[in-house]
Structure formats: C-alpha cells, structure tokens
Ligand binder design. Sequence first.
Ligand code: BTN
Length: 251
Amino acid sequence: MLMNTNRIGNQLIKLNVVDSTNNYAAKYLKQTKIPFGTVIMAQYQTDGKGQVDSVWNANKSDNILMSVILDTSFLSVNRIFYLSKIVSLSIHESLNSFDIGNVFIKWPNDIFVNKDKIAGILIENQWKGQSLISSIVGIGINVNQTVFPESYNATSLKLLKSKTYSLDEVLEKIIVRMNYNFSILKNLSFEKIDSDYHKYLLNYNKVTDFFIKNKVVKAKLFGVNSLGKIVLKINNNELKCYDLKQVKQII
Ligand code: BTN
C-alpha cells in the first residue's frame, strides 16, 4: 500500500552543515522527484537567509534550522499569504505549548515573546508562469542558544525557561502543527485561518505606533490581508494597505 508520502515529515533529511536548508531544498526539488512534505534540517548553516535579503545566523547544533517542501499548487495567487499565516500559527502553537509566556505573531510572520524574536520564517515559492507550483518553507527557531548579537533583540526557549531542550522534541511539535494547519489550508478554510492568525497578531485592533515615510504615526491595525499587506487606519482616514517596505511596526 502506498503511504501518504505527502505528509509533512514523512521524509526527514538531517544534514550536518549546509549553506542554507532553503537552498538545499530548492536544488533538490529541481534535480529529483522529491516527495512533497519532505523536511530538511541542518545543525549549521554557512549562509542562512532571512527575510528581505537579511542573514540568519545561528550557533551550531543549538537551534531548529529547517525547510519544508510543500505542494501549494492548489493555492491561488491572490491567497498566497495564507501559507505564511498557517506557518506562523504552527510555530506559535508549538512554542506556546512550552509555557513561555506571551508568544505572539508580529506582522508579517515573525514570532516574538515579549519584545524579543524567537523564530522567523522565510518562504520561497516556485512558479510556472503565473501559477504557484510549490513552496519551500524555511523556519528558524532559537532553542538552546543563549548569546545573541546585541542588535538582534532575540530570545530562545533556553533563555526563557533556563533548561536545554531536545531539538527533536521541538521539531516533532512543529511537524504535528504544520500537518494540522496545512490540512486546514488545503480545505480552503480561510476564515478559520484568519480568525486564528489575528487572535495572536501583535496589536490587532489596537492603535499603536508605526514608522511610515520616515515619520512615527499612530494607526489602528485592522488586519493582514490575503496578500500579506497590513491594513491600517490612520486618524479617521480610510483603510489603507501597506507592504513591508512601506511600514515598520514599532514594538
Ligand atoms: C527571518 O525572520 O528573517 C526569516 C528567517 C528564516 C531562517 C530559516 S533557518 C532555515 C531556513 N534556511 C534559511 O536559509 N533560512 C530559513
């Protein structure tokens, strides 16, 4: 009998050192018929990538550095950010189960505890013409690292709980939540995803400070739309959508 090979985590590739698990996944996806759901994990990345051309540095063997290859061909381009929403939710739910206090999602898809970042997501999509064919979901979670560059505002499970965690235990939780939330996405249950994502979104429905066009402005956060833009109301003006290059949320 054929196993459900598309289940996330059915195939797990563990690497010692790699440039970036996302790059490895991309090469692998091009060269072979890799089953969707494959997870690639590394102990260390020499060229870890972050969002908007930043780097993702993480000490060897201390953290979760993983990429998941997903079949996202069912997802229409105008709903593309729902993938990001379910990945944020999966990490949020997994970390929340460690009882580390106030875990929240900071738009668009960073996971914070209090004022510090604990996890980040980098999704790279593959296209055929205008259609999405697959996605590589890169996830970095600070687990047992306790020293970070000062400018990072980072935290980790170990810093928060003063104990060392098994990376396999954290990985297992992520895989379970990813399978659950990805099945909700495949069912196209966008309302449920939206309601869960916004529940944990930092400052949802609140008036707080944003940095827009070199100025600090007060705005009410109305939500994040299906393309990942943040929807804000400044003063009593109409709602406006902004992307990551146009606005920075101040926490
Ligand atoms: C960010 O918040 O800037 C996104 C960070 C994503 C880091 C992960 S670590 C595993 C995967 N491989 C990479 O090169 N980046 C992602």
